[in-house]
Design a binder for this molecule. Structure first.
Ligand SMILES: Nc1ncnc2c1ncn2[C@@H]1O[C@H](COP(=O)(O)OP(=O)(O)OP(=O)(O)O)[C@@H](O)[C@H]1O
Length: 608
């Protein structure tokens, strides 16, 4: 059992609604688990549980890990602490009571890629976001909102964006449902409370009428203003519930013996001390892709060696980057480092819309082999990939590509109907050839082998788009032994001697994957964007940002920077907090890598 600080002990003693604030690694999560254990032993009635609500699955797995670390918490008590995401908790409420807010009784989730497909007709009617006037943006948003509601109420397809808003309406409107929830969960812990959106807050505000709320927050780790976090959120909670407030302040248990937290705090003001910060390294690199990635790989290899030599089995090294694009670039470079450096095994948290839709293309090819309209349907799935892979911000290029394929298919079918051969220069010729080659693949009934066989044909065929799909699908790791997708496909084959339901099984597997909470926390080398690192901890962290593009010595572009464009602009509060969150994820060491000739502005001391 660890020695709790006085402030942590106060958290355990107090009754009623609570607000626990404190800096990174100050022990908010940990004390909330001990608190939950106490409540579970002393207060809960049979059948009741404590709900720990978090934002993302990966954070949830960190909380599970923290619970497991707490040896003073018995197995029985652990079972009564239920850790869940807002998404998954809200979905459970909607499934049971959604009819109260106009939803049909039978509902399915419209996953982000399928939502993107459903909204692509609206989106393709507008120019790209940066070129829209405020009026046009509002018009586009209103059309999207209306379509989302139509899909939910008429077709029972509910997208994530609607969850919190509808649940808030439902809970404010129905004391009965609130009581049902509070009877089950009389205590609810709200993790990362500073980042709750207005809708999430409205929903938990309603539950707080009958359940006791314990909010954990660090106002200076608020990094989601762009999707609805609000600096006033803690005040909203205080005004509504008059909680007892506990400040764990600058205690740092995560990286004891280092100056990592100290450096993180200094980043907020830009005032740095002269003497080095223990546990913080800085590495400058040359501003060109080859040297930049070579420097990164060198740092990764050094860090990995240190961690392996530490003898700690589940070591973790996170490479945190500012943008999703950089996540991909770094991952590609670790797969094929320079010279004869062997690939560096890692996992990358890339956006899943593209990979999921690419998996649907493979599933389609497993399922639909050679019936009459098979090629038409195949082109349709391909177009869905282009409509959906950009998620909420599809590129014009992808939307145009889909339109081009559809137009080519119409011409193609016209020729077929007239008994003429399709035009030799049709964009579909290569697609057709690959489709035929896939239909000729003899399937074996081993889902893994069959999946790879189809992927290989797409990869090696003459159609550049299908080759791209094959590359995307490599990011899907659902076919590992024992996974739901693999088992589902095997069962399908056993039942029908073919993959009759491959598409449905694949879609379902991704929904399950989204809600699964038992995932292990990341270990080994992991790459993710900085926002995704929130609430996590790793042994070592490398923060790696992009570099400027220069023409004749002048900077002409500066994408992928921690501060957009890398120029000073006002207080830069969000950027400072974001970098602080990333820096303080490490237990032992954080290495910050920035281009030598255009160092990150947040690292340059502010004048007195
Ligand atoms: N009093 C304590 N003594 C020793 N170790 C502690 C103490 N409190 C917490 N810890 C450990 O310190 C680490 C960080 O704690 P925790 O994750 O609870 O911090 P946090 O405040 O939730 O951090 P963040 O806001 O950065 O996510 C954990 O490994 C936890 O087990």
């Amino acid at each position: 059992m660890v020695d709790l600080t006085e402030a942590q002990k106060d958290v355990l003693k107090a009754d009623g609604h609570q607000l626990v604030v404190g800096g990174p690694g100050s022990g908010k999560t940990m004390v909330s688990i001990l608190k939950a254990a106490n409540i579970s032993r002393e207060t809960l009635r049979p059948g009741q549980r404590i709900l720990f609500l978090s934002f993302a699955r990966a954070t949830v797995s960190r909380v599970f890990e923290a619970i497991d670390e707490e040896q003073s918490v018995t197995k029985e008590v652990k079972k009564r602490i239920e850790v869940d995401t807002y998404h998954s908790f809200f979905w459970r409420i909607l499934k049971a009571h959604g009819y109260l807010v106009g939803f049909p009784r039978r509902m399915t989730i419209l996953t982000p890629p399928n939502e993107a497909i459903a909204l692509s007709a609206i989106r393709s009617g507008f120019k790209s976001n940066s070129k829209l006037s405020d009026d046009e943006k509002a018009q586009k948003a209103a059309l999207e909102v209306a379509e989302r509601m139509r899909l939910a109420t008429e077709e029972g397809k509910v997208c994530f964006d609607l969850f919190a808003e509808r649940v808030a309406i439902l809970l404010h409107g129905s004391a009965k449902v609130r009581e049902l929830i509070s009877t089950m969960y009389p205590f609810i812990i709200l993790d990362e409370f500073q980042d709750t959106s207005a809708e999430q807050w409205r929903a938990v505000e309603a539950i707080g009428k009958s359940s006791t709320l314990i909010a954990l927050a660090d106002p200076e780790q608020r990094i989601f203003d762009f999707i609805g976090a609000d600096p006033k959120r803690l005040d909203h909670f205080k005004d509504a519930f008059k909680p007892s407030t506990h400040d764990l302040a600058g205690e740092n248990h995560r990286s004891k013996g280092t100056d990592i937290t100290h450096f993180g705090n200094d980043l907020l003001t830009g005032k740095f001390r002269q003497e080095p910060y223990q546990g913080i390294d800085y590495e400058g690199f040359a501003s060109n892709p080859n040297q930049a990635f070579a420097s990164l790989v060198a740092q990764v290899l050094k860090a990995r060696k240190r961690l392996i030599e530490s003898g700690h089995r589940d070591w973790s090294l996170a490479i945190l980057v500012p943008t999703k694009r950089m996540t991909r670039l770094v991952s590609d470079n670790l797969c094929e480092p320079f010279g004869n450096v062997p690939p560096i095994a890692h996992t990358a948290a890339v956006d899943m819309e593209g990979p999921i839709l690419a998996a649907e293309v493979i599933a389609f090819l497993l399922q639909k082999r050679d019936h009459d309209s098979c090629f038409d349907e195949f082109v349709d799935v391909l177009c869905s990939f282009f409509h959906g892979r950009g998620g909420a911000v599809p590129t014009k290029g992808d939307l145009t590509e889909a339109a081009r394929f559809r137009a080519a298919l119409a011409k193609w079918n016209d020729c077929v109907a007239k008994g003429k051969p399709a035009a030799a220069n049709s964009v579909l010729q290569a697609t057709f050839a690959v489709h035929q080659a896939v239909a000729a693949v003899k399937l074996s009934g081993d889902p893994n082998a069959d999946w790879l066989a189809i992927r290989a044909v797409l990869e090696g065929g003459g159609c550049a788009r299908l080759a791209e799909i094959a590359k995307e699908v490599r990011n899907v790791r659902l076919l590992e032994r024992g996974t739901q997708l693999r088992q589902g496909l095997s069962q399908d084959w056993r039942n029908f001697g073919g993959y009759r339901n491959a598409l449905g099984i694949t879609r379902q597997a991704f929904v399950q994957e989204h809600f699964a909470t038992a995932q292990k926390p990341e270990s080994g080398v992991v790459v993710m964007n900085m926002h995704k690192a929130k609430g996590k901890q790793f042994d070592e962290v490398i923060i790696f940002e992009g570099w400027p593009k220069r023409v004749k010595g002048e900077i002409v572009g500066n994408p992928d920077r921690i501060v957009g464009g890398n120029y000073r602009d006002g207080a830069m509060t969000q950027a400072r907090q974001n970098l602080r969150v990333s820096v303080t994820r490490a237990k032992v060491r954080t290495t910050i890598m920035s281009p030598k000739d255009d160092v990150c502005v947040l690292l340059i001391p502010e004048p007195d």
